[in-house]
Design a protein. Structure first.
Length: 390
C-alpha cells in the first residue's frame, strides 16, 4: 500500500517539475525566473524535513501522509480551476512553487520515516530502497504525462490530473496500518546542545569537512543543471512540453539505474576515490549536455548526468555515516541535508550565467568546476593517504 501510494504521489511530483518549469519560462521568457521557481520549490525541504521529523513523532504518520496528500490534491485542483479563467503571474507561480515545496517536503520525509518504522531493522534498508524506486517510477510517469498534457491540452488539465493522482495517493494510504509512537521518540533534547555538538563534529572530523564541501559544491554546480532544460528544449531543439517531459523522464530513469550501478559495485560504504571519479563523470556529463544539439544526444547526456549524480548522492550519504560514530550519524546526515539545502543558490547561479552568457556556456563553466573539484579531492586524498585507514 505504501509503495502504490508513493508511486501516485511521486507521479504528481514529476508532473509538478514539468508544469512549473514550462509555465515559468512561458510567462517570463527568462532563465533567471525558471531558476527562481526551482529554488523556491526546493528551499522548504530543509526546514520541512525537520518539521516533519518532529510531527511524525507526535502524530500518526499514516495520518500525516493522508493529510498532506489531501492538501496537495486540493491545491492542485484549485489551481487548475482558477487557471481556466485567470492566467499565471510571476508572483502567483512563485507562491505556488513555495507552497508545493513546503508541503511536499513534509510528505516525502514522513513517507521515509513510515517505511523505516514498518520494517524490521534487518529489512529497513530494503523498505526505504523500495520507496526510492517508487519515487523514480512515479516521477518518470508524471514527467511523461505532464509533457503530453501540455502538448495536447493545456496546463490546467495537467493540474487536474496532478490533483487526481494525489487523491489516489491519499485513498491508497488510508488502507495502510497505523504506526504507534515509541516511548523513546518522546524524549526531548536541548537544541543548543545538539547545535554545539554538530559544529564540534564538523570541526574535528577533517574527512567530513571534505565530504561536506564536495556535497555542497556538487549541489551548487551539478544538480542545478535541470534549470536549463526548459531553455535548451525551447531554444536549441525548438520543441515543446512533450520533449521536456521526455528529458525529465530520462532524468529519473538515470536515477533508477544509478541504484543498480552502486549495488553492482558490491562495496559497503564507497570511498573518496569513488567520490572523485563520480564527480569527474558528473562534470563530463554536463559538458556532453552543453554540446548536444539533437534530442537523442540530449537524452544520452541527461541519462549520463543522472546516472552519475544519483550514485554520487548515495555514496556521499553512506560515506558521511561510515566515518562517524553511531551516536553521530544523525548529525552527519544533517550535514548532508545542509549541503543539499544550499542547492537553490546553484539554481540561481546557473540561471544568471545562462542569461549573461548562454545556457551552453553556463553548462561548460559548471562542468569545468566539477572536474576541478574531482581533481582537488584526488589530490587531498593522496596527500592524506598515509594517515588514513587502509
Amino acid at each position: 500500500m505504501l509503495w502504490t501510494s508513493s508511486v501516485a504521489a511521486h507521479m504528481s511530483v514529476g508532473m509538478q517539475q514539468v508544469l512549473l518549469g514550462w509555465i515559468s519560462y512561458d510567462i517570463s521568457q527568462s532563465i533567471v525566473f525558471v531558476g527562481l521557481i526551482f529554488a523556491l520549490r526546493q528551499v522548504p525541504f530543509v526546514i520541512g524535513g525537520m518539521i516533519a521529523g518532529i510531527l511524525s513523532d507526535m502524530v500518526d504518520r499514516k495520518f500525516l501522509i493522508i493529510f498532506t496528500s489531501t492538501i496537495l490534491a486540493i491545491i492542485s485542483l484549485s489551481v487548475a480551476t482558477i487557471n481556466q479563467s485567470i492566467p499565471f503571474s510571476m508572483a502567483g507561480l512563485s507562491a505556488l512553487a513555495l507552497l508545493l515545496g513546503a508541503i511536499d517536503s513534509v510528505q516525502l520525509t514522513t513517507r521515509s520515516a513510515y517505511a523505516y518504522q514498518i520494517n524490521e531493522h534487518q529489512s529497513a534498508l530494503n523498505g526505504i530502497a523500495l520507496i526510492n524506486l517508487a519515487s523514480k517510477v512515479g516521477a518518470i510517469s508524471g514527467a511523461l504525462v505532464g509533457g503530453f498534457l501540455i502538448a495536447q491540452f493545456n496546463t490546467s488539465v495537467g493540474f487536474y490530473i496532478m490533483g487526481g493522482a494525489y487523491v489516489i495517493s491519499a485513498t491508497v494510504a488510508s488502507q495502510m496500518h497505523r504506526t504507534p509512537r515509541s516511548p523513546s521518540s518522546q524524549q526531548s533534547h536541548a537544541p543548543l546542545t545538539n547545535l554545539i555538538s554538530y559544529f564540534l563534529l564538523l570541526k574535528n572530523n577533517k574527512q567530513l569537512q571534505v565530504l561536506f564541501t564536495s556535497c555542497t559544491l556538487t549541489e551548487l554546480f551539478g544538480f542545478s543543471y535541470q534549470v536549463l532544460l526548459p531553455v535548451l528544449v525551447a531554444e536549441t531543439l525548438e520543441a515543446g512540453g512533450f520533449t521536456l517531459g521526455i528529458l525529465n523522464a530520462t532524468k529519473h530513469l538515470g536515477g533508477i539505474f544509478s541504484i543498480f550501478m552502486i549495488v553492482s559495485t558490491q562495496t559497503k560504504t564507497g570511498s573518496m576515490k569513488m567520490i572523485s571519479l563520480l564527480i569527474l563523470g558528473f562534470g563530463i556529463g554536463e559538458l556532453m549536455l552543453a554540446n548536444s544539439s539533437t534530442l537523442i544526444f540530449m537524452i544520452i547526456a541527461v541519462f549520463t548526468i543522472n546516472l552519475i549524480s544519483g550514485a554520487t548522492d548515495i555514496v556521499h550519504q553512506t560515506l558521511m555515516q561510515s566515518i562517524t560514530e553511531t551516536d553521530e550519524r544523525g548529525k552527519a546526515m544533517g550535514t548532508w541535508v545542509v549541503g543539499v539545502g544550499i542547492g537553490p543558490a546553484g539554481h540561481l547561479e546557473v540561471a544568471y550565467l545562462g542569461k549573461l552568457l548562454s545556457s551552453r556556456i553556463a553548462l561548460i563553466i559548471n562542468g569545468g568546476i566539477l572536474i576541478a573539484l574531482a581533481v582537488a579531492i584526488s589530490v587531498i586524498q593522496e596527500r592524506t593517504k598515509p594517515n588514513s585507514n587502509p
